[in-house]
Design a protein around this ligand. Sequence first.
Ligand code: TMP
Length: 215
Amino acid sequence: MTKGKFITFEGGEGSGKTTQLKLLHAKLQELGYDMAEITKEPGSRHLEFTKEMRDILLFRDFFPEGVNNLAGLALYFADRAYHVAKFIRPNLEAGKTVICDRHSGSTFVYQSLVFNVLPLDQIKEINYAFTGGLCPDLTFFIDVPAEEAMERLKKPRDQRVAVHDIMPQDFHEKLRNGFIQLSETEPNWIRIDGMGSVEQVEERVWEAMQKFLGK
Ligand code: TMP
């Protein structure tokens, strides 16, 4: 890769995307690619402001009616605008490859296709304005069925319980359908079967990555 590429990982709760993006990051680094540190949305750990935003969006009780409303949407966009301006773009411009855990695809699916805060075309327009038109060069959608996602979420995890962690099966099904829809219609999306061992999924991600790299 001669200039910085922007790679995002998307998927439902418990899809295993975070594990997979760490493995891909390590592998690319090992092969000598110039990699920015792993980042995520909401709440990149590289910026104080976005860390606060993550806390507000996922863990605090400011919104008795939940965060999936216009105010919540505006906060996801504030997090993104700042993150793109202060971390993602500068790294890409410096020639680094940026791997981000969730980005625009999550807003399209959660806030539009699942929670209907605004229609998808409107959310896309606002997203375009807030990101200055930045689009991922490649988006991995790690796909697991709703029942599997729910099983994985039952396992004890070393993190606080966030806003969408305890949801009924039909939520996980709607999420999955939303991500599938986007993977079939959006450019640069690749759907990866997230079932099987970590190593098996890693192999699928790597195969797709090599195709992207033209190898
Ligand atoms: P995670 O970092 O553990 O994946 O949690 C992030 C949560 O935020 C997850 O429930 C998805 C949600 N989310 C949205 O609803 N909209 C968005 O635009 C983003 C980036 C995340």
